[in-house]
Design a protein around this ligand. Structure first.
Ligand code: ADP
Length: 260
């Protein structure tokens, strides 16, 4: 009786170990696959602009772009592609630091109205280039938040540049701030193409782009939202999206209110 009990327990334990081992192996294989996908994505994202810079520079050097206007167009593309590479590298470094838990977040008490007043000028020319109007609704008297101004500025810049990128010309964007228990909620709405329900859960993933050709043409890297989400979460908030195809999207995030 004793023996059969121990045998039974032993079998159970071995079965359990086997299952644990299988699931560990599966998750290691998944991690390895993710790592490989990630490297393939990074290489592809770097190769594309480098190839285009090389081809354009060679065309100019070989004297095949004779007209000054043509040369200027090529040079402008070279500058644009170099900017993309720069942005990608900056975002990769941010992501590496965020994932290693090494990104320094220095939080302080911030008044959102004052903060926006300092930030708004950055967007004037981007908005003007597409004749967009930005309606801002940040009521006076909201509690100050506890946030890192540089990181908050990065979050706003990522969300606003997406909204500006995807919004149709002459449309309206709105930025609102509201107080919710213990948090302040900031929401940015655009009248852009929206995001299909099947894509929505994935937009926070690294390199995920709903329409990769269009997103790439418009200068996107597919890293912006995954960094934005991590930054918001590192500051103690959360981020959500509500989107209706052909109507637009609203990205909302919260920040903890500073305790007195
Ligand atoms: P990207 O740098 O390509 O914009 P993001 O991580 O910022 O990458 O966004 C991921 C994808 O989510 C985008 O490629 C785009 O398809 C979609 N997306 C993000 N913001 C918006 C928006 N405001 N309207 C429509 N689609 C959006």
């Amino acid at each position: 009786d004793f023996n059969s009990r121990t045998t039974a327990t032993g079998n159970d334990e071995i079965g359990g170990l086997g299952r644990t081992f299988n699931s560990m192996a599966a998750s290691l294989a998944r991690a390895e696959q993710n790592r490989r996908d990630f490297l393939a994505n990074v290489s592809h994202e770097l190769k594309t602009p480098v190839a285009s810079i090389q081809a354009l520079a060679e065309t100019i050097l070989d004297g095949l772009a004779a007209k000054p206007a043509q040369q200027e167009r090529y040079l402008q593309t070279i500058v644009g592609e170099s900017n993309r590479i720069n942005r990608l590298i900056r975002e990769l470094l941010d992501m590496a630091q965020l994932e290693a838990g090494e990104l320094s977040i220095v939080r302080q008490k911030l008044d959102i109205r004052e903060f926006w007043e300092q930030e708004q000028d950055k967007y004037v020319s981007l908005l003007a280039a597409k004749a967009l109007s930005l309606e801002v609704d940040i009521p006076a008297g909201l509690s100050p938040v506890w946030a890192d101004p540089d990181r908050l500025s990065q979050v706003l810049s990522n969300l606003l540049s997406n909204a500006i990128r995807y919004a149709p010309e002459q449309s309206t964007l709105t930025l609102t701030a509201r107080s919710v228990p213990q948090f302040l909620s900031l929401a940015l709405t655009d009248q852009g193409p929206g995001i299909a329900p099947a894509d929505l859960p994935h937009i926070w993933e690294r390199f995920y782009r709903v329409d990769s050709a269009r997103a790439r043409d418009s200068g996107g890297t597919g890293l912006g939202l995954s960094i934005t989400k991590k930054l918001v979460e590192t500051m103690g908030g959360s981020i959500t999206v509500h989107s209706v195809v052909n109507e637009g999207s609203t990205f909302s995030f919260t920040l903890p209110v500073a305790s007195e």
